[in-house]
Design a protein around this ligand. Structure first.
Ligand code: IVH
Length: 695
C-alpha cells in the first residue's frame, strides 16, 4: 500500500513504551466495544465514550505514525480508491451448493437417502448427523488471515478466481481485522449481506434525494462490495455471517459445528439458528421452523443449507464438479417474481400522500398471492419506466408491502401513455399538491378527504393503538362512505341500530364491535398518542413522550423547545407535534374523546432511571400461556425495560414460553436467568429474577 510506505518513511519520532502500551490498550478496548455493538447487538458504553477513545487513539497514532498498524480500528475506513479490482486465485476453491427443489419433506429425505447410500449405511444404522443453517441471500466472501491479521478479502468469482475487495471489506465493522490466537493461515468463508432495515433506509434516502434505488438487499450489497472507492462502500451498511473455512494451516477440527463455534469465539457473527440435526426428520423440522420465522428475520434468506457434520465424512463424500456431495440447499418460495401490470391506481394514505399502486395479474411471491404492489411515487415510477401491460418484477420480503422493483424490458405491442399523477384527489376532488423539495404528491383535503378519514380511523383502531377488535377496513369503509361517522369521537357515539343497519352486519357482530369500542376506552397514554396519527409520531416516540411528560395536557401545551428535551425527538418531530396540537380542531377531538370516556392513567413526569427495569434488556421467546407477545412487551417497556430480539451477555433475563427455540438455548448456555409468565409478573412487581425482592 503506497500511502503506508510514505507513512513509515516519514521521520517519525520513536514512541515511548508507555505510549505503545496505551495504544494497544485503546485498540483492545475499542475492538471489544465494537464487537459488543456490531456483532452481539449489545452496546456496553455510550457512543460518546467510544468516540472519545477513538479520537484519543487517532491522536496518539497521529503523533507517532510508527505505531499505526493496518489492523488498528482507525484504519477501517481508508477511502482508498482502486483503478480496478485485482484477480485473486483461491487456494481452496469456493464451491457452490446443489439445490434441492422438492417439497419440504422429500427434499430433506432425498438428500439424507443419497448420503446414506454414498456412505453405504445399513437401513438400521443410526441417523446421520447434520448441521442445518439458514441460506443467506448475499454474496460469498473469503477472508484470509495470516498470523491473525486480515490480509485479503476476495469475492467468489467463478469459484477459482475472484476479485480482491479488501479495501471495502475492511469497512464492515462486524469483520475483525485481527484475531486472537489464530492459526498462521486461516481463510474464513461467509456471506456479506445487507439487513432489510439498512436496505430500506438506504433506498428511502435515495428516493428522498431522487436518486437510483436498489432492487434488493443482495444487489445493493454486491454493488457496494465491488466499489473501487471504499468511501462509497462505507456508506452502504453491510453485514457478515461466517459459515465455513477455506485454506487453514495449523488448526484441526472434527466437525462443522465445532468450526462454527470456533468462528464465534474468534468474534465472527455466526447464525444463531445453526443447529445440529439427526437424520431427515430433524432437517424437515428445521426447514419448517426457519420458514415460519423467515418474514420476521432482519435479513433475507432464500432457503436453508444442510451439511454433514463430520468433517471426516465430508472428506469421504467429496464433491462432483463444483458441488460438494455433503451439502445441499433447500429453498423457500422466491421473494421476487415476474407478472403483468394490469393497471395503475392511486391510493391516498393517512397523511394524504398519493401512492401509485400497480394492479397485477395475481402472482405467488414470498409465500403469498400478491395482486397489488407499490410504485412509491411518481419519480420512481418514471425512473423505472413502468407502464400498463409491462412485465415487471415484484418483490415481497418480510412483512413489508410488495413493491415493483423493475420492468422486464420487452417491446410494447402498442403505444401506452405515460402514467400521470391526477391534479385532483381521486377520492375527494381536492387539489393535489407537492411541496418544494418533496417527492410525494399529497391531497390537500386533510380530514375533509374520506380516504384520509378512513386511514385515520383505521390507524386509531389498530391493535398497537386503541386496539378495537373487529373495526376493520370493510366496516370503516361503510362508516365513512355512508357518513355514519365523520370524526374519531363519533366512533364512541355509535349505537346498535346504526351499526346493525350496515351491510353484512348481524346484530351479534354489531354488539361485538360496540363491546370492543367500550373496552378500548380504558387505554394507555402512549397508545392514545400513537393512535392520534400525528405525523412522525410512531409507537416509540409516543412512549418516550408519555414517559417524559407523564400527562397529555403537558404534551399538548409543550413548546417546541420543551419537546426537544424528549429522548430521540428532533426538530422535525417536535415541530410536527407542536403544529398538531396548535390546531383547535385537534384539541376538540381530544376533548370529545375524553368526554366519551376514553381514559388512561396519568402520572407525574418520570425519569427513565427511576423505573424498576430501566436500563435492563429483556428477551421474549416462545408463546406465553395468557399474555400475548405485544402485551408482554408493553408491560416490560412501561416498567422501563428494553425488549430485544436476540440474547447476549448483556441480556438481563429471558422470558420463555412454549416452543421457545434457540434464544432459550443461548440463554441457558450463557447462564442468563430464564423466567416463565409467573416469573415475568413477579419481575414487574419488583422481584429480581433470582427470587429475592428488589428494594
Ligand atoms: S456453504 C460447499 N453455507 O450459497 C458449500 N453457503 O450456492 C459452500 N450461502 O455462494 C457454501 N448461506 O454464498 C454455505 N449457510 C451457508 C450459506 C451459503 C448462503 C451461499 C454461498 C454460496 C452459495 C452456494
Amino acid at each position: 500500500m503506497a500511502e503506508q510506505s510514505d507513512l513509515f518513511s516519514a521521520p517519525a519520532p520513536a514512541a515511548p513504551a508507555l505510549v505503545a502500551t496505551k495504544v494497544e490498550a485503546l485498540r483492545a478496548q475499542l475492538n471489544a466495544w465494537a464487537h459488543q455493538y456490531y456483532v452481539q447487538d449489545a452496546p456496553s458504553v455510550p457512543d460518546a465514550e467510544y468516540d472519545r477513545a477513538f479520537q484519543q487513539l487517532q491522536a496518539l497514532e497521529g503523533a507517532y505514525p510508527g505505531l499505526v498498524t493496518p489492523d488498528s480500528p482507525t484504519q477501517r475506513v481508508i477511502g482508498a480508491v482502486m483503478d480496478g479490482l485485482t484477480p485473486v486465485r483461491h487456494r481452496v476453491p469456493m464451491l457452490s451448493i446443489r439445490t434441492e427443489t422438492d417439497t419440504e419433506a422429500t427434499g430433506a429425505e432425498a438428500f439424507d437417502a443419497r448420503i446414506r447410500r454414498e456412505l453405504k449405511l445399513a437401513p438400521e444404522a443410526p441417523p446421520v448427523e447434520y448441521v442445518a443453517e439458514p441460506k443467506f441471500d448475499g454474496l460469498a466472501m473469503s477472508l484470509r488471515y495470516e498470523a491473525g491479521r486480515l490480509v485479503q478479502a476476495a469475492t467468489r468469482g467463478d469459484g477459482e478466481v475472484g476479485e480482491d475487495v479488501t479495501h471495502n471489506i475492511r469497512t464492515i465493522r462486524q469483520i475483525p481485522l485481527a484475531l486472537a490466537d489464530a492459526p498462521p493461515v486461516l481463510e474464513v468463508r461467509g456471506e456479506v449481506y445487507m439487513r432489510r432495515a439498512d436496505f430500506d433506509a438506504l433506498n428511502e434516502r435515495q428516493r428522498e434525494q431522487g436518486g437510483k434505488t436498489f432492487v434488493n438487499p443482495r444487489n445493493a450489497a454486491a454493488g457496494a462490495v465491488r466499489q473501487l472507492d471504499s468511501g462509497i462502500a462505507a456508506q452502504r451498511p453491510l453485514s457478515f455471517f461466517a459459515y465455513g473455512l477455506g485454506e487453514v494451516e495449523g488448526a484441526e477440527f472434527a466437525t462443522h459445528f465445532e468450526v462454527l463455534e470456533k468462528l464465534k469465539a474468534w468474534g465472527f457473527p455466526v447464525a444463531a439458528q445453526a443447529s445440529i440435526a439427526q437424520g431427515a426428520p430433524e432437517l424437515i423440522a428445521f426447514h419448517q421452523r426457519i420458514g415460519a420465522q423467515r418474514d420476521q428475520l432482519p435479513y433475507d434468506i432464500d432457503g436453508v443449507v444442510y451439511k454433514v457434520n463430520s468433517l471426516a465424512l465430508q472428506k469421504q463424500l467429496g464433491f462432483v464438479t463444483r458441488e460438494p456431495r455433503w451439502a445441499v440447499a433447500h429453498k423457500y418460495p422466491a421473494q421476487e417474481m415476474m407478472t403483468r401490470v394490469e393497471g395503475i391506481d392511486v391510493q391516498v394514505g393517512r397523511t394524504g400522500k398519493l401512492t401509485p399502486v400497480a394492479r397485477l395479474a395475481p402472482v405467488f411471491v414470498g409465500g403469498v398471492t400478491v395482486t397489488n404492489a407499490t410504485l412509491h411515487n411518481l419519480f420512481e415510477l418514471r425512473r423505472k419506466k413502468v407502464r400498463v401491460g409491462d412485465q415487471v418484477i415484484v418483490r415481497r420480503a418480510g412483512d413489508v408491502i410488495p413493491e415493483v422493483v423493475g420492468v422486464v424490458p420487452a417491446p410494447r405491442e402498442a403505444y401506452v401513455p405515460n402514467f400521470r399523477m391526477p391534479a385532483q384527489c381521486p377520492i375527494c376532488g381536492s387539489a393535489v399538491v407537492r411541496e418544494p423539495g418533496e417527492v410525494s404528491h399529497r391531497c390537500s383535503g386533510g380530514l375533509f378527504c374520506p380516504a384520509q378519514r378512513k386511514q385515520a380511523v383505521l390507524h386509531f383502531a389498530q391493535r398497537r393503538a386503541m386496539d378495537v377488535e373487529g373495526l376493520g377496513e370493510k366496516l370503516v369503509d361503510q362508516l365513512i362512505d355512508g357518513d355514519v361517522i365523520r370524526t374519531l369521537p363519533d366512533l364512541f357515539r355509535l349505537g346498535l341500530p346504526a351499526l346493525a343497519g350496515l351491510d353484512r352486519m348481524a346484530e351479534k357482530s354489531a354488539q361485538n364491535v360496540l363491546d370492543a369500542l367500550e373496552q378500548s376506552k380504558r387505554t394507555t397514554l402512549p397508545r392514545f398518542l400513537f393512535g392520534l396519527g400525528i405525523r412522525h409520531v410512531g409507537e416509540a416516540t409516543a412512549k418516550d413522550l408519555a414517559r417524559h411528560f407523564g400527562a397529555l395536557d403537558a404534551i399538548m401545551d409543550a413548546s417546541v423547545d420543551q419537546l426537544l428535551q424528549v429522548n430521540d425527538v428532533g426538530p422535525v418531530v417536535a415541530q410536527s407535534i407542536h403544529t398538531f396540537f396548535a390546531q383547535p380542531h385537534h384539541r376538540e377531538v381530544v376533548a370529545q374523546l375524553r368526554a366519551c370516556g376514553v381514559a388512561w392513567e396519568e402520572g407525574a413526569p418520570v425519569e427513565g432511571a427511576t423505573l424498576p427495569l430501566a436500563g435492563k434488556t429483556i428477551v421474549l421467546t416462545g408463546t406465553l400461556p395468557t399474555l400475548g407477545r405485544d402485551e408482554a412487551k408493553d408491560l416490560l417497556e412501561a416498567a422501563g425495560a428494553k425488549v430485544a430480539g436476540s440474547v447476549s451477555k448483556k441480556t438481563y433475563c429471558v422470558v420463555a414460553g412454549a416452543e421457545a427455540g434457540s434464544k432459550l438455548d443461548k440463554a441457558q448456555a450463557l447462564g442468563i436467568p430464564v423466567l416463565d409468565e409467573d416469573g415475568l409478573r413477579a419481575l414487574l412487581q419488583g422481584q429480581l429474577p433470582g427470587g429475592a425482592a428488589s428494594s
